[in-house]
Design a protein around this ligand. Sequence first.
Ligand SMILES: *Cc1c(COP(=O)(O)O)cnc(C)c1O
Length: 464
Amino acid sequence: MTSNETAFFQAKSVIPGGVDSPVRAFGGVGGTPRFIASASGATVTDIEGRTYVDLVGSWGPALLGHSHPQVVAAVQEAASRGLSFGAPTETETFLARAVRERVPFAQRVRFVSTGTEATMTAIRLARGATGRDLIVKFAGNYHGHSDGLLAAAGSGVATGGLPGSAGVPEAIAAQTVVLPYNDVDALRGCFDEAGGRIAAVIFEGAPANMGAVPPRPGWNREIRRLCTAHGALMILDEVLTGFRVDPAGWWGLEAVASWVDGAPAGEFSAGFVDDSAVGGADWVPDLVTFGKVVGGGMPLAAVGGRADVMDLLAPVGPVYQAGTLSGNPLATAAGLRTLELADRGVYDRVNASAQAISTIVSDALSACGVAHRVQRTGSLFSFMFGEVAAAFGVYDYEQARAQEAWRYGPFFHSFLSSGIALPPSVFEVWFTSAAHGDAEIEAIAAAAPAAARAAAQARPPRLP
Ligand SMILES: *Cc1c(COP(=O)(O)O)cnc(C)c1O
């Protein structure tokens, strides 16, 4: 049996940092990443044979839990008919229809392999449609790792403490305007100054890549108003929230969401559903991107939106986009079966476990005197540490980075040693699944007091 330590050492000699995506390397919390051998339901098992309650969920796709038997069967059945054809399949049409059923404004859908490709395609489309170059994004919103979208990007860039990325030409970075999140005055000012040059505003409907930082009420509607007034396109990035926080993603949830600001529990949260109505927000984006859940754990993502804009894509229109493995038959089979299975009951279970777990952990932190705030966007939640966050809440990237992030490493490792695997960064949200039930919640409750003590005893790093 290879140990995690040995596996990590060996991986580093052939793979930069030993990982294929930076946050996996545990840089934000220290220590050795667990090399996973298998996953099932609410748990993952590492190569040492240790099983953990998993609150990462492959960073979102595992809505139904890992290795759902019916999803695995759909993939096996598809695999038996061939792995890739480089030709159209009917499953792509069925999956596009399943997407459109939930999100009717996605009149056309094109499948790609990663969320990065989806957002990259969306901004190329917006530039092609408007004949303009500038893209507006918000600090702490993550849209994948393409050149123009890496500035102040949250997620792994936040975990690494990086301002952006080396290797992005200045001329390309200059085409991206980065504004503070939730700041209406800054957004209006930007449109006043440069409205005629802005191709699109790209944004997470409810950001979850700097921890959970919900939009203020009316914020997304204001993006819509300004885009319409200035002829820019509105690109809703639901790669993370799409089909996870609601059958119709954040867009569906915003219609029925309530906001809780400064509630007794000290929360700034959005996305509690008052009733089970399925509707849509009172604004509609021009383009939308999906990933993660839509592929059911396989490499699949999508860009969708208005037919007139989407039909600018080749082969109909002049905006080029392509992919050898796009719409892969195994990936579309996994995505289709996942969406078929993700009924109201699934979302109710995911919400219930998120609610239970966040409350248990918050109570444990409070019992140890650790100032914190729980923030939620639908079923996605995270903890913001420190007196300032506890008192005022976190509304943007600057505030997210100002929290007592150093409390998270000891907190994380205490949970890990008790068999609970949290996201290995304070800037990532926690994911539950329909497979998380009473047993998992009890295991987390048993582990929480020690983890809270570890957070209480943590000390800030000394400055060099
Ligand atoms: C994960 C994510 C992406 C990038 O998707 P990849 O499949 O990792 O390329 C884009 N946008 C958001 C909001 C994401 O959470």
